[in-house]
Design a binder for this molecule. Sequence first.
Ligand SMILES: Nc1ncnc2c1ncn2[C@@H]1O[C@H](COP(=O)(O)OP(=O)(O)OP(=O)(O)O)[C@@H](O)[C@H]1O
Ligand SMILES: [Mg+2]
Length: 305
Amino acid sequence: MTEPVITVEDVCKNFNSVQALKSISLQVQPGEIFGLIGPDGAGKTTLIRIMTTVMSPTKGKVNILGWDSDKQAQKIKDNIGYMSQQFGLYNDLTVLENLKFYADVYQLSSNQWQQRLPHLLDFSGLAEFIKRKAGNLSGGMKQKLGLICTLIHTPKILFLDEPTNGVDPLSRREFWKILYTLTSQGLTIVVSTAYLEEAERCTKIGLIHRGELLAWGSSQHIKQMIPQKVIEIRCSDNRKAMELLKQHYHSHSVSFFGDCIHVFTGDAENLRVQLKIFLENNKINKIITEIHPPQLEDVLLSLIE
Ligand SMILES: Nc1ncnc2c1ncn2[C@@H]1O[C@H](COP(=O)(O)OP(=O)(O)OP(=O)(O)O)[C@@H](O)[C@H]1O
Ligand SMILES: [Mg+2]
């Protein structure tokens, strides 16, 4: 097995009385896209800040590319790219001027910059917009510009904190295509997101909630963590059915999932029949039930409850 490029060991972070991270341990292998998935305030940004050496942990150890984050922070900084949640683009500067600004920050020589630029513009699709002011780019294009600014010094690991937040689905898909291209060239990526459908696109994911890493592994692995199956129910009156199920089947996890209701159970076949009869007896009509393996959202909800 190859050596991990990121090792996080028993990391805790306290902000006064707030325990933002509680004993997080994980590893990321080279070439992976590691997704940090969790709701607002889960601790994603705090963990990314600690991994990028912007912040020190209260307790625990972080090793990036073989360097200790406490003792060799500069080495780490030189070899990673970090696109923070409020990544700073200069709206009054053009695409090209923004890129040049970051090339200067990383002290790239004119030669290095000339060599790097066409490639970055090419795969991001921003070549034809180099003279446009960053402030006049669409949300998706801004994120792509932010991405290539963080790639200017050819980092080995890229940390992206909710890079597609507020970006439309089509641009999000394009953004992910770029991420795949980058990993095929050997880059390792850590990306945080609140979009669960993006979790499916990662090689490995870490589910984080209230500072705890609830699960870590491939999405396939995480889905198998819970033995239950999902009974999906569609019916004439979702709200009423939900109320009834919450009252009478409160020992099961029952939740809305899009326009249907999901019920977790270890005994799907039997419960499916029971629930159908129960709802029919309570004047719920047009009941359709199906049994599915759990989705990531189901697993997350079940682990949180
Ligand atoms: N500098 C700080 N001072 C005090 N509390 C903080 C600080 N930074 C984060 N926190 C708290 O730590 C917890 C984790 O916050 P964090 O920003 O890491 O979450 P997040 O998962 O990135 O959330 P979001 O999806 O909203 O960006 C929250 O309760 C937050 O209020
Ligand atoms: Mg955050």
